[in-house]
Write a protein that binds this ligand. Structure first.
Ligand code: BGC
Length: 763
């Protein structure tokens, strides 16, 4: 009897299942048609803890989409991103086994490699790990423009230049997506500060928006096809980006031709029906109230079913691409290739380190080393927030140098290791640590002059590591985090004095999340290596560069100013807003006696003059320019060519290694444009870049660079039109924006104009 009932029950289920279309690549429209309004309104809102059967997958998972077994629709699993797959720290499975993913070097370092292949390979490693951990989409790359050096998330992002950002992002995306995982290019757009990030309004003219803040995304979409684009938290000219029809439908879909899905950054605080209409398709993290709001708006006519159907279609298009859909029996292994990817992380990190100064100190030959600075023993591999990766281990610089044949002063080693352990315990005890803001910076240990003198007696060379960490939801503070602190300055001065008096060299390693002030001290040490936040293999990568095993070839993806206030728009950033409260929303600052400027709204008064565009045009000195970086060898440029071929500019230059060791050279192509109808233009702008292979001494390579003619255009806000001026341009070759190695004139006899959607205008 029981068996019969079960049999009949199964028949009934089978009949009702077969009555519904089962999702496949070719019947999305039929599934959309079959779904009820309720089902649609559930599908577009993230599957969350209010939903029956919710299982977030691995702890740390960013979010899931709603499954509908009756249509054969599984959940799509979205994981952070972007520098590795984020799991909850110290997560153990049911059997008590800890699982880890690779902590790759952070975005800034990848951009500093000026190497698409590095970004591609790293993307591929992250894509593989996403699938291994049961994910479908990695929530990266983060590609907001570095408007200001104090943005807490700069370490995740790429550059102050949209060409470098866009192309490196595209290479990362192509790498991830080659594995079968998807990506999310984030955060669209103008999400340039973390302070009041949920409610701050980025205000700018449309020339600035088009030439800088959406330009990186435009280039990225030309060179890759990310499955998703993430709409940011902030407002843009008075409208939340997630509610902006002009931004999401006008600029992103119509002008850039984007065909994928728009996912919202993780807030439920917006007007959901308005978001649907604007072009947002998937609402994460997701709250049931959003589903209810959509249904009520359909009912009262304020939301049209065709808009919801568009969003549902985009979600289903994402579903059919996902591994969760394509391999319903795909079991995540939870075991990424940690060894193989560690080697990848080590090579990638060395590729993006930038040698800022070298007064004959580097490369080092193995010897006795006095290793100063707490971060020599407690390296910062990455930043905090969504980009935090719980890595299996971190290679420390002291250990890596020992492996490379150096001996490390044992007294200093014991002292610093003890201090690092103490500082960790103290921070855990006395600060509310959370994954967003993370642990505060460890202060540098104050050590006495006599200890330095003692160490000098036993050492051939001194190495000092200085560190800076940052994370999501808080910007860095000028006085506390951009400038060196007293113990750091004392350490630098004393070590340099003592070692130099004995005729010995001092090397500084910067283990930093972003720009720090260097001009007041950079003449003291003999060498400075900018190692960024280099991931779990960081110690090895730094040692590889210090010893010359790898010849440094990284170039700065942003300017290091002499002084913070030299930057245009320096005052238009919350550079002194001190708050450690993650995600603090400061909607009514005046009620707390705070100035709403830079909290409620930030005026991008500098316009297009961000970073090198400002410094070059105004002829201002900097500490280190955009594109700067030294090598252990030298290169010569010859035989530059440039011509217009149809709608592209094709250029080439021969690069020869004229030094005595093998090395790679990053090559930038900058253009100086005639004014045309414009009153002002930047002195020079990066239009293309590339990198040589490893060139042996005496070896040459012809580096070919090309870009569409229309990239030469400037944006005329009043007409919402890109205008390409006729006349003579100058094309410069060389990575350092201040030091062209070769140049040529380029004559354009026909100037073309392109009108685009009028959107996102300031109020
Ligand atoms: C971050 C995103 C991240 C998301 C999911 C948000 O707070 O801004 O970058 O992908 O959380 O964790």
């Amino acid at each position: 009897m029981k068996t019969k009932a079960l049999f009949l029950g199964c028949l009934f289920i089978a009949a009702s299942l077969s009555a519904q279309p089962q999702l496949n690549e070719n019947n999305i429209a039929a599934v959309v048609k079959a779904m009820s309004a309720e089902e649609k309104a559930l599908l577009v809102v993230g599957f969350n803890s209010a939903c029956e059967g919710y299982d977030p997958g691995l702890p740390g998972t960013g979010g899931l989409t709603h499954p509908f077994p009756k249509y054969g629709i599984p959940s799509v699993v979205l994981m952070d991103g972007p520098v590795g797959v984020r799991l909850e720290a110290d997560w153990h499975d049911g059997l008590g086994e800890a699982h880890f993913t690779t902590c790759f070097p952070t975005g800034l370092l990848v951009a500093a490699s000026w190497d698409r292949e590095t970004a591609f390979q790293m993307g591929r490693g992250i894509g593989e790990e996403t699938l291994d951990m049961g994910g479908d989409v990695i929530l990266g790359p983060g590609m907001n423009l570095l408007r200001n050096p104090l943005n807490g998330r700069n370490f995740e992002y790429f550059s102050e230049d949209p060409v470098l950002s866009g192309s490196i992002a595209a290479a990362y995306i192509n790498g991830v997506q080659e594995t079968g995982a998807g990506t999310s290019a984030k955060h669209f757009a103008a999400n340039s500060q973390e302070t009041n990030r949920l409610d701050g309004d980025s205000r700018m003219d449309t020339r600035t928006l088009r030439e800088l803040y959406t330009r990186g995304f435009e280039i990225c979409l030309r060179e890759s096809a990310p499955w998703t684009v993430m709409a940011s938290y902030n407002l843009l000219n008075g409208v939340y980006t997630q509610e902006s029809y002009g931004l999401l439908t006008g600029i992103l879909r119509k002008d850039f031709g984007y065909k994928g899905l728009v996912v919202t950054d993780w807030t439920g605080k917006r007007n959901t029906p308005l978001q649907v209409h604007a072009g947002s398709d998937l609402f994460m993290g997701g709250a049931y109230s959003q589903t209810e709001h959509i249904l009520a708006s359909l009912e009262d006519g304020s939301l049209q079913m065709k808009d919801l159907d568009r969003a549902v279609t985009k979600v289903l298009e994402l579903v059919v691409k996902s591994v969760s859909f394509r391999k319903p029996d795909f079991e995540p292994s939870l075991r990424p290739d940690l060894e193989g990817h560690a080697a990848l992380a080590r090579a990638a990190a060395a590729e993006g380190m930038v040698l800022l100064r070298n007064n004959g100190a580097l490369p080092l030959t193995p010897g006795k080393t006095a290793l100063f600075g707490v971060h020599s023993y407690d390296l910062i591999p990455g930043g905090n927030g969504a980009a935090y990766v719980s890595c299996p281990y971190v290679i420390q610089l002291n250990d890596a140098l020992k492996e490379a044949g150096f001996s490390i002063d044992p007294g200093l080693e014991a002292l610093y290791k003890g201090y690092a352990a103490f500082a960790d315990a103290d921070l855990t005890l006395n600060h509310k640590v959370n994954v967003h803001v993370g642990k505060p910076q460890k202060g540098e240990l104050e050590i006495t002059r006599s200890l330095i003198e003692k160490a000098e007696k036993e050492a051939d060379v001194a190495v000092i590591t200085l560190g800076r960490i940052s994370g999501e939801a808080r910007d860095r503070i000028l006085g506390r985090e951009f400038l060196l602190q007293e113990p750091e300055v004392d350490l630098l001065e004393n070590v340099c004095e003592v070692f130099h008096a004995a005729g010995k060299k001092v090397v500084v390693v910067l283990n930093i999340c972003g720009v720090v002030e260097t001009a007041s001290w950079n003449y003291l040490p003999d060498a400075i290596l900018c190692a960024w936040l280099p991931g779990e293999e960081g110690g090895h990568s730094i040692a590889d560069v210090l010893t010359g095993k790898v010849n440094p070839s990284g170039r700065l993806p942003m300017t290091f100013p002499l002084d913070y206030f030299d930057m245009a728009g320096a005052e238009d950033f919350p550079y002194n807003f001190v708050s450690d409260r993650a995600n603090e929303s400061v909607v009514h600052p005046e009620r707390r006696g705070l100035d709403p400027k830079n909290l409620n709204y930030t005026d991008y008064t500098e316009g297009i003059y961000v970073g090198y565009r400002h410094f070059l045009t105004r002829g201002l000195d900097v500490a280190y320019p955009f594109g700067y970086g030294l090598s252990y060898t030298s290169f010569e440029y010859s035989a530059p060519t440039v011509q217009q071929k149809g709608d592209r500019i094709i250029a080439s230059v021969t690069v020869t290694n004229t030094g005595s060791v093998a090395g790679k050279e990053a090559v930038g192509l900058y253009v100086h444009a005639p004014l045309g109808n414009f009153a002002d233009k930047p002195e020079r702008e990066l239009r293309a870049f590339g990198k040589t292979r490893l060139l042996q001494p005496g070896e040459s390579q012809v580096v070919e660079l090309s870009f569409p003619v229309r990239d030469l255009a400037s944006f005329r806000s009043s007409l919402s039109r890109w205008e390409t001026a006729r006349g003579t341009y100058t094309v410069y070759f060389g990575a350092d924006c201040r030091k062209p190695e070769a140049s040529l004139p380029l004559k354009l006899s026909t100037g073309r104009n392109y009108s685009v959607t009028r959107a996102c205008e300031p109020k």
